[in-house]
Design a protein. Sequence first.
Length: 145
Amino acid sequence: MLNLALTETRNFAAKHPASPQLPKNAKIDDYDLRFFDLDFSNSPTLVLSAKLPMASAGSRPFVYYTTVVARLDINGEPVKVFSSVTDTSHLDVFPRLELIDALDADGNGRGDLLFRQYSDTGMNYGLYRVFPYNLEKVFEGGSSL
């Protein structure tokens, strides 16, 4: 999962040349990994939220934020279902996702993932439904006080 997150972060940095490039020996040390059996199939959904601080020349610290959702394949290897990557200078376009928990929002017996979404203007919430090969946002709103 850490390799998936690092790959997604490198891809994001490559697409945004104004962001600092990751060194070859970059390593994610600050992360939160959680497992859920959202559909009671004994096939876990993995959610990794990671921060990767970078050295910055200015007074404001520069941090990459990566969230990866994956399912395990038949060999036990994580396969990416969804990823969200942003950094401190792109929060106006790409919000940072922080997992709150899994819940059954509509009572159908399947779990959904509730994320707190941080942007440059504030915070709100997003509810995502997990499918085998993708993630679908089913609710967004509920800004903070």
